[in-house]
Design a protein around this ligand. Structure first.
Ligand SMILES: C[S@@+](CC[C@H](N)C(=O)[O-])C[C@H]1O[C@@H](n2cnc3c(N)ncnc32)[C@H](O)[C@@H]1O
Length: 322
């Protein structure tokens, strides 16, 4: 994409809800913005192209995405891309000498590039190793996770993170295969789901949600999302905007709850229940209901179908709208 933001940013990548995200961020040409999920730099390039004296800090947990985003943002001197987890946003920004910013964008989950690369193990449609790590430089792979997880815990994860209905049956089949020493590839995991549901041909819908649930667990995605949202609110200056785009109900619950809590007065209580002090609300929620893509965007980019965007504005110390 050129500085005017006019060209498509990558053949296989269209940033989701891009126009809405930019509108809600209200990018000022001299502001400091953080794209917490640089990915293929789709949103980042759009933000960077609106800046003059402002600055864009883009981060990603995935070293390969950092590399790509760096290349794509090479023409924007006021953009920097760093390897980091948005759950540690304050530390990442402190490392760059930044304490306060005008806007933060989170576009959660994983990118088309990560999904389409069979070596990453995110897709059940291609044979690959059971890796599934967003950060390939550290942490446990899906294979290592499945090698140690207890059956009951796995059933809970499938239900909670994937809304998988026959969670116990599928967990039992995965653990059975694992105990036979046959849980090393995406094909092994997909086969376990088919075995659990007695599928002899074709693929049950549950494979997608089982992969989703295990990916979320391997990367501890919901915990980092909650921490990232809380840290984003901390670093915003009054009037600053926070925009979050998520792709399933578990993630949306986290966003909704963090914004709901931050938009209410917070009471510190004595042990006997009396109110010690009351803190004013920290944000104003700008989207009472999540913003969804329209039919034209979904037709252009089917991956956008389940996207939900929520936005909030940081309030002045006293709680008044900035
Ligand atoms: C949906 S993609 C972002 C696409 C990007 N907005 C674009 O337009 O190209 C999500 C990205 O977030 C990254 N990611 C996920 N969790 C993260 C975290 N906790 N901290 C930093 N990056 C994360 C993934 O590695 C992935 O590259």
């Amino acid at each position: 994409m050129g500085r005017d933001g006019s060209e498509p940013c990558a053949p296989s990548h269209i940033p989701v809800l891009a126009a809405a995200a930019l509108d809600w961020l209200e990018v000022k040409s001299d502001g400091v913005y953080v794209d917490c999920t640089a990915g293929l730099a789709g949103h980042s390039m759009m933000i960077a192209s609106r800046l003059t004296t402002g600055r864009l800090i883009a981060l990603d947990r995935d070293p390969a995405s950092v590399e790509i985003a760096r290349n794509r943002l090479a023409g924007f001197p006021n953009a920097v891309v760093v390897h980091g987890n948005y759950g540690e946003l304050k530390a990442v920004l402190a490392g760059l000498g930044v304490n306060e910013v005008d806007g933060v964008l989170i576009d959660a989950g994983f990118s088309s590039m990560q999904l389409e690369d069979a070596r990453r193990g995110f897709t059940f449609q291609q044979e690959g190793p059971l890796d599934m790590r967003l950060d390939t430089s550290s942490g446990e792979t899906a294979e290592e996770f499945l090698a140690r997880v207890e059956e009951g815990e796995l059933a809970r994860i499938l239900k909670e993170y994937g809304d998988v209905r026959p969670a116990r049956r599928i967990a039992a089949a995965i653990v059975r295969r694992r105990d036979y020493g046959c849980m090393e590839s995406t094909g092994d995991l997909a086969t376990a789901v088919c075995e659990a549901l007695d599928f002899v041909s074709g693929q049950p819908d549950e494979i997608r949600t089982v992969f989703q649930a295990i990916r979320i667990a391997v990367n501890d995605e919901l915990r980092w999302l909650q921490k990232g949202m809380e840290e984003a609110i901390d670093v915003l200056r009054p009037g600053g905007r926070l925009v979050a785009i998520v792709f399933h109900s578990g993630e949306d619950r986290v966003i909704k709850n963090v914004l709901r809590d931050a938009s209410r007065p917070r009471r510190d209580l004595y042990p006997d229940g009396r109110v010690r002090s009351t803190q004013p609300p920290r944000v104003k929620v700008l989207t009472p209901k999540p913003v969804k893509p329209g039919p034209a965007e979904i037709a252009r980019n089917p991956r956008a179908k389940s996207a939900l965007l929520r936005a909030a504005e940081k309030l002045e110390q006293g709680g008044a709208a900035a």
